[in-house]
Design a protein around this ligand. Structure first.
Ligand code: SF4
Ligand code: SF4
Length: 619
């Protein structure tokens, strides 16, 4: 199911039971049964079966007309010169279905009377003026004649008197007359074809040229849509409203009124049913704009829009938001939310994430270190490859592990304590860098900085490819941005099929494993150096022990008398072997000591090998 909770919200102050079924509609063939269409999230009507048409978006330019799919917002249409348009945040289908007033003309009333639709009614498709049913596309005419725009800024009451006067005699030959009040500032806008200028000269007196204007719903918690008779227009009909848009027409003026507190309207003002009702906004400041829905990887991971901030805030009405909070806190929603809600902060307060631990302890501090966390616990081969590459470039790095509960790292609930000498931290994944930066820790960056250090041919081996750019990557490289779900799976334990990305490599090694494509680290680091190297070094140690077997046996005579003699001898042998070995191979050896030397070796000998490998790494 593609999100039923999100369609239970019918307006900012009205909620109903979630529909029984939601059908996602991207084209006509997807409509397998009758249902109630939803073209946008902020207004709708109740229905047991909802047709989710919010993602049915697209514009086909047909020369003098545009064919627009119903979920397309007007903001996408604006770059074409259309003869009428609606509220920027509203969908084209929603504006027709709800009979919105349009900008751009005044000879006609609502948008639905000015456009042609292809729609389905009782199983039959029809083309023409909208008369109900499911809208499949809307055809808008382009404006062949460029319009002139003028404006006049005055007191709201003054402007209302002026337009009421204009319309009291006959239809003024403008294409549009709109009054917008924003706080204390009121502006009258008019639009007309140049050819009519002579007819309008008297009315245009005192007005100044302006550009086409639009009106946004913004983040007001109370929205009123309605109409009143133009002859009875007066400023007192909209007490305390913060923002007003009046589409002045011959007989009837339609309006949008926005406020952060509930308003009462006097008699004679008709409110449409999709106006906010009641006196309480339900969704903790969420204005149901749905912008977070299209960017949210969590909703995509679950294949359900309920698992987005929109669903989270709607669920909060019944105190059930915990069920929808378990994401990886990427913050993409915060970036697009027009209501400026601290979404991630609220998610953190409700999320219950899984905790993973890292299974090794690496404690090799240095000025610059690579930090492994529970997120990169499966990336030990990559760690070794990076260390090998960096040491071949003359850079020496230490390695530390941060064994903290994953949940605390993701939610930023840690006090990070690192050895004093650490000045710079590198992480193998962009995710870790992102979380550590949130902790305001010392300088952190993910190892994609390696790019800049590389010789040109190696750089090209990455830039020549189609790149996947993961959610948390903040660097300059462009690429296809699609969540691999790798980290989401780690934090919420929700198994996910592998999303298809049209990329050959990814900038995140974690994503690479999930997507089954190499990461840029795989491309630029010498392959298989790590494990092979460790095996090579361990073989060399064993060979050396074998060659000196007799001496070592002989020294066993001193056992219990002077154990240091044989220990010092073994240390000397080990130092001879380990000297000059690459740090990557040494770390790989350190990580694999248990496997490489098996239990046949005596405990004291294993301990000395570990100490000497460690000593050589620190050198
Ligand atoms: S933080 Fe990211 S995954 Fe979580 S709700 Fe926001 S956009 Fe979705
Ligand atoms: S959380 Fe913000 S972006 Fe998402 S629907 Fe609500 S207001 Fe819009």
């Amino acid at each position: 199911m593609n999100g039923s909770l999100v369609f239970s919200a019918l307006s900012l102050t009205k909620i109903t039971n979630p529909p029984k079924r939601v059908l996602k509609v991207m084209r006509r063939e997807d409509i397998s049964e009758e249902g109630t269409p939803r073209y946008e999230y902020f207004r709708g009507v109740e229905g047991d079966v909802v047709l989710d048409m919010t993602d049915m978006r697209g514009i086909e330019d047909m020369g003098d007309r545009l064919k627009v799919l119903p979920g397309t917002p007007w903001s996408d249409v604006m770059k074409y010169s259309v003869e009428t348009f609606g509220l920027m945040e509203a969908s084209v289908g929603g504006s027709v279905a709800f009979s919105d007033a349009g900008f751009g003309f005044n000879e006609f009333g609502p948008i639905s009377r000015r456009v042609e639709v292809e729609a389905m009614l009782s199983g039959q498709t029809y083309v023409g003026e909208y008369r109900g049913g499911v809208i499949l596309s809307v055809t808008l005419r382009k404006d062949p004649r460029p319009l002139e725009y003028r404006k006049l800024e005055r007191d709201f009451e003054f402007l209302i008197r002026r337009v009421r006067y204009w319309f009291s005699y006959s239809l003024p030959p403008f294409r549009d007359v709109t009054v917008i009040k924003n706080g204390d500032k009121a502006t009258l806008y008019v639009a007309y074809p140049k050819s009519r200028e002579a007819l309008l000269s008297e009315k245009l007196e005192g007005m100044t040229p302006t550009s086409p204007y639009s009106f946004e719903l913004g983040n007001y918690r109370f929205r009123y849509f309605g109409e009143l008779r133009t002859e009875s227009l007066s400023g007192t009909q909209f007490p305390d409203a913060e923002k007003i848009c009046l589409f002045v027409r011959k007989d009837v003026t339609r309006f949008v009124v926005l406020s952060s507190t509930p308003l009462d309207f006097p008699q004679g003002v008709v409110l449409y049913p999709y106006s906010t009702e009641g006196r309480t906004d339900l969704f903790q400041g969420c204005i149901l704009c749905g912008r977070c829905v299209s960017v949210c990887p969590h909703g995509q991971q679950r294949g359900n829009k309920d698992y987005t901030p929109l669903g989270f805030f709607i669920a909060s009405v019944n105190g059930r938001e915990e069920e929808y909070a378990n994401c990886h806190m990427c913050g993409k929603c915060d970036e697009v939310c027009p209501a400026k809600l601290d979404i991630v902060g609220r998610l953190k307060g409700k999320a219950k994430l899984r905790s993973h631990e890292i299974d090794v302890v690496l404690n090799f501090p240095a000025k610059k270190v690579i930090l492994l966390t529970p997120i990169s616990r499966e990336l030990k081969k990559e760690l070794v490859d990076v260390l090998n590459l960096l040491s071949s470039l003359g850079m020496k790095l230490g390695v530390l592990t941060l064994n903290v509960p994953l949940e605390k790292l993701v939610k930023g609930e840690l006090e990070l304590s690192l050895p004093q000498e650490v000045e710079q931290i590198y992480t193998l994944t962009p995710e870790e860098a992102y979380y550590l930066v949130q902790l305001r820790s010392r300088r952190v960056m993910d190892v994609s900085f390696l790019y800049d250090e590389l010789p040109e041919p190696l750089k090209k081996s990455v830039t020549d490819k189609r790149v996947h750019r993961p959610c948390f990557y903040k660097g300059r490289t462009k690429g296809e941005e699609k969540c691999s779900f790798a980290l989401l799976e780690l934090v919420n334990g929700e198994p996910t099929s592998t999303p298809s990305v049209g990329a050959e490599i990814t900038l995140c090694p974690l994503a690479g494993k999930k997507l089954g494509i190499p990461s840029y680290l795989d491309v630029i680091t010498p392959s298989t150096e790590g494990k092979q190297g460790a095996r090579g070094v361990s073989d060399e140690i064993l060979r050396t022990f074998k060659e000196r077997e007799k001496v070592m046996k002989d020294m066993e005579w001193y056992e219990g008398l002077d154990d240091t003699l044989i220990q010092d001898y073994v240390r000397g042998l080990l130092r001879g072997v380990l000297k000059g070995k690459g740090v990557g191979d040494l770390i790989s050896l350190y990580l694999g000591l248990g496997d490489l030397f098996k239990s046949s070796e005596e405990e004291w000998l294993l301990k000395i090998i570990e100490e000497e490998v460690r000593r050589e790494i620190m050198n």
